[in-house]
Design a protein around this ligand. Structure first.
Ligand SMILES: Nc1ncnc2c1ncn2[C@@H]1O[C@H](COP(=O)(O)OP(=O)(O)O)[C@@H](O)[C@H]1O
Ligand SMILES: [Mg+2]
Length: 175
């Protein structure tokens, strides 16, 4: 019995309306469990849009073709509602700009906790908050009890980046 790769991207092509210049020209790659895959290329070559494709987070002007499989499940066929079960739960992402990735109007703890509320709705509040504190602490953030009550603008760039990391991994995604 052949085992399916954790992630498989086949012939992914992308353009944006209205110009429709081709941005991705049928790229294919796969990822096995435990494997680290790096994608490199010059600025504007399509690294970010490739990653965003894997989360179905491209803007509506995007025209995407190709196939994406997660352990054989065809992600390219999912509805937006179904994607919500994948994003954060199966595939996590640390966004490039920690400043814009965080909501400036919400306290740090609440934002990290929200990731758990979405993917683990049955977990009780006490357990959720404990998990948030433990995770932030494990990422070497200082004084986490105070930190969770802070707003993003009160944190340094590096701290915000680690909060973004916490949000990406709190549900222990496979990718
Ligand atoms: N929302 C968008 N609308 C139109 N073109 C876009 C959009 N996002 C990215 N692009 C274009 O797609 C190409 C790849 O961009 P990007 O993935 O950000 O490159 P990289 O991350 O490798 O620097 C660029 O030519 C960029 O201008
Ligand atoms: Mg980029």
């Amino acid at each position: 019995m052949s085992r399916k790769p954790l992630l498989e991207v086949r012939n992914l092509s992308l353009s944006f309306a209205p110009a429709h210049d081709q941005v991705l020209h049928g790229i294919s790659f796969s990822l096995e469990e435990g494997e680290i895959l790096g994608i490199c290329g010059e600025s504007g070559s399509g690294k970010s849009v490739s990653a965003l494709s894997l989360m179905n987070l491209l803007p509506e002007t995007a025209c995407k073709e190709g196939e994406i499989y997660l352990r054989g499940e065809a992600l390219h066929k999912l509805s937006e509602k179904q994607w919500q079960g994948i994003r954060g739960d199966e595939i996590g992402m640390v966004f490039q700009n920690a400043q814009t990735a965080l909501n400036p109007t919400k306290r740090i703890g609440k934002q990290v906790e929200e990731c758990l509320i979405i993917q683990a709705p049955k977990m009780n509040k006490e357990d959720r908050q404990k998990k948030v504190l433990e995770l932030l602490e494990s990422l070497d953030l200082p004084q986490v009890e105070t930190l969770v009550r802070a707003y993003p603008h009160e944190l340094s760039g590096g701290m915000k980046q680690r909060v973004g990391l916490a949000m990406a991994i709190i549900n222990e995604p496979e990718i």
